[in-house]
Ligand binder design. Structure first.
Ligand SMILES: [Zn+2]
Ligand SMILES: [Zn+2]
Length: 234
C-alpha cells in the first residue's frame, strides 16, 4: 500500500522537484546548506553581521529572522510552492522558519501569529494563500494562536516584483490595515511572509500593526535577498 502511494504521489526533491527516494528530502545535486544565513547574524536586518544593512534602510519592525538567502534552488523551491502548489516545499520552509525563530528569539514572548495578506487576485490565481499556509504550520510548531484575518489589504496593488525600489514604497503606502475584531494592544506579534526583498511590504504591515497598538513586531520569512555592499538592495 505504501509503495503504491509513492508511485501515485512520488516524493520530490524540495530543491529541484526531481523524483527521489521516499525517505529523502533532497536529491544529491541540491545543497540547501550553501544558502543558509550563517552566524553571527544581525537580528534587526536578518543578514550576516558583515552584511548588516541596518544603517541604510528604514525599518518599522523590531526583528527579522530568516533561515535562507533567496537565491538559486531556494528561490526555485519557493516558486514551486507559491505558483505550482507544491505543499511539501511549504511545509519544509515552515519548519525551517520555526527552527530559526526558536533558536534566535525568545518565542514564548509571542502573543499571536499573523501572515502578510495577499491580494484577492493573486489568491484567486493560485488557489490559496501561501503566507497563511506557512503561518499556520509555524503557529502549530510554536503553539501560539494564528489569526489569518487580522491584517487586511485595503486595495489591490500591482505585484511588487516588477517595480523599482522607490515605486515599491509608494505602491504599498497605506495598503494594509488591522481588523477591528482583533485587539493587538501591548502584544508581541509574529508576522510571517514568504520572501523579504526590499522589506517594503513588511514595513507597511508593521506600521499598521503598531498603529493598532502592537508592542513589538517580529518578522519571519522563508528567505531574504542577500544584501550586496555595492548597489541597491533588491
Ligand atoms: Zn534536487
Ligand atoms: Zn543589521
Amino acid at each position: 500500500m505504501k509503495n503504491l502511494i509513492y508511485i501515485l504521489f512520488p516524493r520530490r526533491c524540495v530543491g529541484c522537484g526531481k523524483v527521489i527516494y521516499p525517505n529523502e528530502k533532497f536529491c544529491e545535486d541540491c545543497d540547501f546548506e550553501k544558502f543558509r544565513i550563517q552566524y553571527p547574524k544581525c537580528f534587526y536586518c536578518g543578514q550576516e553581521n558583515n552584511l548588516c544593512s541596518c544603517s541604510l534602510f528604514e525599518r518599522k519592525y523590531d526583528y527579522i529572522f530568516s533561515p535562507f538567502y533567496y537565491d538559486d534552488i531556494i528561490s526555485k523551491s519557493i516558486t514551486r510552492f507559491k505558483y505550482n502548489g507544491h505543499l511539501d516545499n511549504g511545509k519544509f520552509f515552515a519548519d525551517e522558519m520555526s527552527r530559526s525563530l526558536m533558536k534566535d528569539f525568545d518565542y514564548e514572548k509571542i502573543d499571536v501569529v499573523l501572515n502578510v495578506p495577499m491580494t484577492k487576485k493573486s489568491k484567486r490565481m493560485h488557489g490559496f494563500s501561501q503566507t497563511a499556509y506557512l503561518a499556520k504550520i509555524i503557529s502549530e510548531n510554536i503553539e501560539k494562536t494564528f489569526e489569518p484575518l487580522c491584517l487586511i489589504k485595503t486595495r489591490e496593488t500591482p505585484s511588487q516584483k516588477n517595480l523599482k525600489f522607490k515605486e515599491r514604497i509608494t505602491n504599498l503606502k497605506g495598503a494594509f490595515r488591522v481588523s477591528e475584531k482583533i485587539d493587538l494592544k501591548g502584544k508581541t506579534v509574529l508576522l510571517c511572509d514568504d520572501v523579504k526583498t526590499t522589506g517594503t511590504t513588511l514595513n507597511e504591515c508593521s506600521k499598521a500593526l503598531k498603529r493598532a497598538g502592537a508592542k513589538q513586531v517580529v518578522c519571519l520569512t522563508a528567505a531574504m535577498t542577500k544584501f550586496k555592499i555595492r548597489g541597491e538592495e533588491n
